[in-house]
Design a protein around this ligand. Structure first.
Ligand SMILES: [Zn+2]
Length: 150
């Protein structure tokens, strides 16, 4: 990941680290750059922090976090937003992007979740809740037994 050096972005970059790891493992090149907070009413956008996200060199949109949220919530929100961009961006010719891939035989992407008994957000199979692994530990290929969280 390459970024513009912007101290104000630090919380967002920190929360993005596990998401970036899973993108990198899957071969998706991502870069974040500063996106100014929309110059609108602070009662609506106050406390939000934004960064423009590039996938394979193409600016695809903005990621945003609420700086009042916990780091785990921020990572969850960034994973969710990033996944939307990856799935919507035709970044490989003639091939629909599935990110992150689920186990062998499942054609769907995994879904980002956070539960109260989990300290960190995780990717979960949308059909089988027992198939899950922490965000930041996805192997980039269909996960197998030893990849999965206990
Ligand atoms: Zn699945």
């Amino acid at each position: 990941m390459s970024t513009s050096p912007d101290f104000a972005l630090a919380p967002l970059l920190e929360a993005f680290i596990p998401v970036d790891r899973d993108l990198t493992t899957a071969g998706v090149v991502v870069a974040l750059e500063h996106a100014p907070t929309p110059p609108v009413s602070p009662t609506v956008y106050g406390g939000m922090l934004y960064a423009r996200i590039r996938l394979i060199g193409q600016a695809v949109g903005n990621l945003g976090i609420d700086i009042a949220h916990s780091p785990s919530q921020q990572t969850l929100n960034l994973a969710d937003q990033t996944q939307d961009y990856v799935l919507e961006t035709p970044w490989r010719e003639g091939r629909a992007a599935v990110w992150p891939v689920c186990v062998e035989g499942h054609g769907h992407p995994m879904k980002a979740l956070l539960e109260s008994d989990w300290r960190a957000p995780f990717w979960c199979c949308p059909r089988d809740a027992s198939i899950r692994l922490l965000i930041g530990t996805h192997p980039g290929r269909p996960p197998r037994g030893t990849d999965l969280a206990p």
